[in-house]
Ligand binder design. Structure first.
Ligand SMILES: [Mn+2]
Length: 393
């Protein structure tokens, strides 16, 4: 009779743990500094009062400040510092900003609460990502510059406010990370960046919907951003890549326009057939062709509605969460000049899962930019910075 150990069969006698990303990532963590973390704790005690005597950990303060605890505090995006004076936004590599607006919505409203929903659940996150081996707190600087003052009853005035805000942030050198809002804002956000540069901008657009007709219900709405954005001189339609489009909610007038303007549309079947690497390659080659920067527009409804119920026009058959995150990272790895996550509608959400996914897209892009050395790369195209500071109040 053999013992249990003798009887065990070893199928992989040469298995090396370093073949596992799980183990390599654990090694990588050792290379990360923790100065930022120490600094944050010292600051928390300084401004939040030293803790009661019974608390052994003297890094804990009396009033909650900074990351911990995750259930406490005033929520900015990822508990990043809130920049009240917008003149100081350029002190940071990236700036989260909210566009609370749902006046462009043609079915379910509620995306005016998107920035609040995303900020609230973003409190759950640490600045560290295991697989990437990135710690945002240690390797970059991020702030939350708050929300744009939108005008609920006037979409054109809102567009003007959004372009001005995005232009201000972009010109400061901080990378705009925009939390919508419905997708109508895509025109205004791109216009905000495009006005600051003579260079060409491509767009990679994740969506179930084409969003490229001229008008909807007689106005510019959330179905129309790319018609107007690609009318801008330095935003060619041939550099617009639309990924995930399909189903029963794509208006025919949008299809006519996409065909006329020669955009590149990649359906979910294309994704299935070609695979994520090939799709990323096609998207990047097309969006970057003769362009100097790429803008990332992520409509949360590009993900199957079973995962993101809190959105304005849910359409089954979209991305699985892992696929969407993988593709977004592959796009961000080449650098971006700004990004938006739109169409999160917290009133229709369940357990904050839609807002959570939006947060995840944002932090995955930030982490990828850091791990690929692309944070700050957008600054190279700012050759016409705007400056509104001298204007009369
Ligand atoms: Mn959509």
């Amino acid at each position: 009779m053999t013992s249990r150990a003798e009887g065990r069969r070893y199928h992989h006698p040469d298995f090396d743990k370093m073949q596992l990303q799980g183990w390599r990532a654990a090694q990588k963590e050792a290379d990360l500094p923790e100065d930022g973390w120490q600094k944050e704790r010292q600051w928390a005690v300084k401004v939040g009062l030293a803790a009661a005597e019974s608390i052994d950990d003297r890094g804990i303060s009396t009033f909650a400040r900074g990351e911990l605890p995750h259930y406490a505090g005033i929520n900015t995006f990822l508990k990043a510092p809130y920049i009240e004076d917008v003149a100081k936004v350029g002190n940071y590599d990236a700036a989260a900003l909210g566009v609370p607006f749902d006046g462009g919505t043609t079915y379910r409203p509620g995306t005016r609460f998107g920035p609040q929903g995303i900020r609230r659940i973003s409190a759950l996150y640490t600045p560290y990502n295991y697989e990437m081996g990135v710690d945002l707190r240690e390797q970059t600087t991020l702030c939350d510059v708050g929300d744009v003052f939108t005008i609920p009853a006037n979409i054109e005035k809102t567009f003007d406010q959004v372009s001005r805000a995005v232009g201000h942030v972009f010109s400061s050198g901080a990378l705009p990370i925009i939390m919508g809002g419905d997708h109508s804002i895509g025109f205004a956000t791109v216009r905000g960046i495009a006005q600051c540069t003579s260079k060409k901008i491509g767009i990679i657009h994740f969506d179930r919907h084409a969003d490229i007709q001229e008008k909807d219900l007689d106005e510019r709405m959330h179905t129309t951003p790319w018609f107007h954005a690609t009318n801008l001189e330095n935003v060619p339609a041939t550099n617009l890549v639309q990924i995930g489009i399909g189903g029963w909610q794509v208006p025919r007038e949008a299809v006519v326009e996409a065909r006329k303007r020669d955009t590149t549309i990649i359906t979910m079947s294309d994704v299935e057939e070609l695979g994520l690497d090939k799709v990323a390659e096609i998207a990047l080659e097309t969006a970057w062709k003769d362009a100097d920067a790429v803008y990332l527009s992520f409509d949360i409804d590009s993900v199957d509605c079973g995962f993101v119920p809190g959105t304005g026009w849910p359409e089954p058959g979209g991305f699985l969460p892992r696929e969407a995150l993988s593709l977004v990272s592959k796009v961000a790895a080449e650098g971006i000049c700004g990004m938006e996550v739109v169409e999160v509608s917290p009133p229709y959400d369940t357990s904050d899962i839609t807002s959570l996914f939006a947060t995840r897209v944002m932090v995955d892009v930030l982490g990828t930019l850091v791990s690929h050395g692309k944070m700050g790369a957008h600054r190279g195209i700012i050759d016409k910075p705007v400056d509104f500071s001298g204007e009369a109040a």
